[in-house]
Design a protein around this ligand. Structure first.
Ligand code: PLP
Length: 360
């Protein structure tokens, strides 16, 4: 039960993004680098040319600092009353969408002003200041700046739908307007950022000074019909516990949702939904036996699943659930289709008891 993480692929994917963007690249390594291991992935992405790191929670940023990473890091999400002074003292940039968040950041500043990325909502209706509240947020930031409490290093926003070019254009225009408001108020942010992976690779008009790239680093093409040569970084594999011969007509796993159509052999694999294998994918999911793809037979349990490996041929010693696809194994993007979700979710749900092994 291991997830092999190809750090060379992370570095190469970062280079591919860099080569397609004019500005800087922020490697988004939140949620333990989408389950790949935060510190090694951050280092690989920095080797590949990223100059920023992005995480959701301030604690994630502090953990990267504690590992010796000195690159700029942005943390963008924290509830009221979060202890922010350790992040500020560690030189972590923090995002503010509201006056309360800005005040909390200013209150955490020490000798140096706290570094702030002011966020404006340009159409996501998630975080970010509404247009009506933006001038007041900007004015407050300017007051804290004059008092030496904060320094606004960036103005930014987040895209709601990169498949909708009109919405992308509208959000880009609203960010430019918000930037004008900030400049008119006397702020001089060095960075403007908006793009995620899909926009970084396919909407050059959104690049501005910095792109925030997650899924592309991990090797999933944001727009599969327009591939740019990304290489999936994680291979998830598990040994076979036992193989059992069964007759045609055998009902397999809970409620016998799979019934063998021929005499066959069933391989027992010790990973299940506790390890992030999506239960809902049973019925569509396939795995790689080393020589061919075979179906997952029946309901995926918490700790185990069964593979129908067919009546003859060599008994596999291990099963590959997903990988880069070189040999014919499924990719995590295929699993995402089988589970009716996105690869982001499946990658970051690979469970804690699956050992991560970093190579390359
Ligand atoms: C997760 C996240 C990203 C990365 O998105 P991808 O689609 O994985 O590139 C970028 N920006 C923010 C604010 C995020 O939360």
């Amino acid at each position: 039960m291991e997830a092999i993480v190809d750090l060379a692929a992370i570095a190469t994917n970062t280079k591919i993004v860099r080569s397609r963007t004019a500005g800087a690249v922020m490697a988004v390594v939140k949620a333990d680098a989408f389950g790949h291991g935060g510190v090694p992935v951050a280092r690989a992405a920095l080797d590949g040319g990223a100059t920023w790191l992005g995480v959701a929670w301030p604690g994630e940023a502090v953990a990267l600092r504690a590992a010796g990473i000195t690159a700029p890091i942005l943390a963008w999400l924290f509830p009221p009353a979060t202890e922010l002074s350790s992040a500020v003292a560690a030189g972590v940039d923090l995002a503010a969408s509201t006056g309360e968040q800005l005040a909390a950041i200013a209150a955490a500043s020490g000798d140096r002003p706290a570094r702030v990325h002011l966020k404006v909502d340009t159409g996501m209706a998630r975080s970010g200041a509404a247009s009506d509240d933006w001038p007041a947020l900007v004015a407050a930031a300017r007051r804290y700046e004059r008092a030496g409490r904060t320094e606004v290093t960036a103005v930014w926003s987040h895209l709601a739908d990169t498949d909708d070019p009109a919405l992308v254009a509208a959000q880009t225009a609203l960010l430019a307007e918000a930037m004008d408001v900030a400049t008119a108020a006397g702020l001089r942010p060095r960075w403007r950022h908006l793009a995620n992976s899909a926009a970084a690779l396919h909407h050059p008009g959104t690049h501005l000074d910095l792109v925030r790239v997650g899924i592309a680093l991990y090797g999933c093409e944001p727009d599969p019909p327009r591939p740019v040569g990304l290489r999936p970084a994680m291979t998830l594999r598990a040994p076979v516990v036992a193989v059992k011969r069964v007759p045609a007509g055998t009902g397999v796993s809970y409620r016998h949702q799979y019934v063998t159509s021929t005499d066959t052999r069933l391989a027992l694999v010790p990973v299940g939904y506790a390890d992030g294998i999506p239960r809902v994918a049973a019925g569509s999911a396939q795995v790689w036996t080393g020589t061919e793809r075979r179906p997952v037979a029946g309901v995926i349990s918490m700790d185990q699943l069964v593979v129908d490996i067919g009546p003859d041929g060599p008994e596999p010693e291990e099963i590959v659930l997903f990988g880069p696809g070189d040999d014919g194994e499924p990719t995590v993007a295929e699993w995402a289709e089988w589970a009716d979700t996105i690869p982001h979710e499946l990658l970051c749900r690979v469970g804690a008891r699956v050992e991560r092994r970093h190579v390359g």
